[in-house]
Design a protein around this ligand. Structure first.
Ligand code: HEC
Ligand code: HEC
Length: 204
């Protein structure tokens, strides 16, 4: 009986902390691969690594978050280059593309400017009590891994992170910007660059 409950406990641990089994074993449909190879790859890379620092990495991003963003791009709730890319995607394709990219192994960056990253670490883990800024870690996790509905920041390109913080601040990022607008508007330029640098080096 004891070993049974151990197995049960292990099963619970493995299903809550690892990728859902459905993601790991989901068969990638030929149509999904075709879309990746013909469209997404040029900006996000076939493995979701992000072919250039202005394009977000999708590797290891949470499925639910990817589905939400792609749907928002399709419905024009979030505006940008992606509107055209998402325009013709069906719900099934969106779900399969999200399965595909969320299952790719996460990547990180080597951070050279340790002093700047140190400022970023402070902001990320403690916030800034002088400007009433909450710690990023309180929502995105101390390791920046995010949750089902909160994006993973760890290992994301610094340039993308910083650009999104600016867009949240100016409300150019139009979908669900309430929380992140209030946060981004409290960041100084130095803090924004520092926290983006620090988060880009998290992970692995
Ligand atoms: C021409 C370049 C380009 C192509 C091709 C492209 N994307 Fe994007 N994608 C972007 C840019 C740029 C962003 C960042 C948002 C912005 O600035 O508009 C983005 C953002 C995203 C996001 C949101 C990520 C986040 O962290 O919020 C997802 C998900 C996404 N793309 C999925 C896809 C998928 C799936 C495909 C293939 C169907 C695709 N993209 C094709 C350029 C591209
Ligand atoms: C109260 C919770 C909360 C806190 C604290 C918070 N965030 Fe967020 N953040 C969110 C939510 C929710 C989203 C997703 C918005 C959406 O669904 O479009 C998000 C999205 C983001 C994104 C967009 C990621 C992407 O892939 O496009 C970045 C970048 C980001 N947050 C950075 C930060 C930083 C840096 C801090 C600390 C200075 C921080 N966040 C603190 C809740 C939070």
């Amino acid at each position: 009986m004891k070993s049974m409950s151990l197995i049960k406990a292990l099963f619970l641990v493995s299903t809550t902390t690892l990728l859902p089994l459905s993601t790991v074993y989901a068969e990638v449909q030929p149509r999904t691969l075709e879309i990746v190879e013909e469209v997404c790859k040029y900006c996000h890379g076939s493995e979701g690594e992000g072919s250039n620092a202005i394009y977000p990495r999708l590797a290891g991003q949470h499925k639910k978050y990817i589905v939400k963003q792609l749907t928002d791009f399709r419905e024009k709730r979030r505006l940008g280059t992606m509107n055209e890319m998402a325009e013709k995607l069906t719900d099934t394709e969106i779900s399969e593309l999200a399965d595909y990219f969320s299952a790719k192994p996460v990547l990180t960056h080597k951070v050279r400017n340790k002093d700047l990253a140190g400022v970023g670490k402070y902001i990320f883990t403690k916030g800034n009590p002088y400007s009433d800024l909450p710690a990023c870690a309180s929502c995105h996790g101390i390791d920046g891994a995010g949750t089902d509905s909160l994006p993973r920041l760890a290992g994301q390109h610094k340039r993308y992170l910083s650009s999104q913080l600016s867009e949240f601040n100016s409300r150019k990022r139009t979908n669900d910007n309430a929380i992140m607008h209030s946060i981004a508007s409290k960041l100084t330029e130095l803090e924004r660059e520092a926290v983006a640098l620090y988060a880009s080096g998290l992970g692995k």
